[in-house]
Design a binder for this molecule. Sequence first.
Ligand SMILES: [Zn+2]
Ligand SMILES: [Zn+2]
Length: 67
Amino acid sequence: MIQTNRIERYQAIFKGLKVDGKQVIGEMCSCGHTRFDHQDHFSIGHGKCLVKDCICGQFTWQSWELA
Ligand SMILES: [Zn+2]
Ligand SMILES: [Zn+2]
């Protein structure tokens, strides 16, 4: 998979989505890493965390990542 395509698909998920007037650019997991740092599962970044030494087994929504 070409990495730039993944970035574009990830950004497309949050396109036009605003919270408190700010553009949503991603989602944070309870492990402290972004959804983008997680393995693709049924949806982008919903699998296990790919950050080295992180034991997170599945993305768990914690908060919005705002621009
Ligand atoms: Zn993590
Ligand atoms: Zn995680």
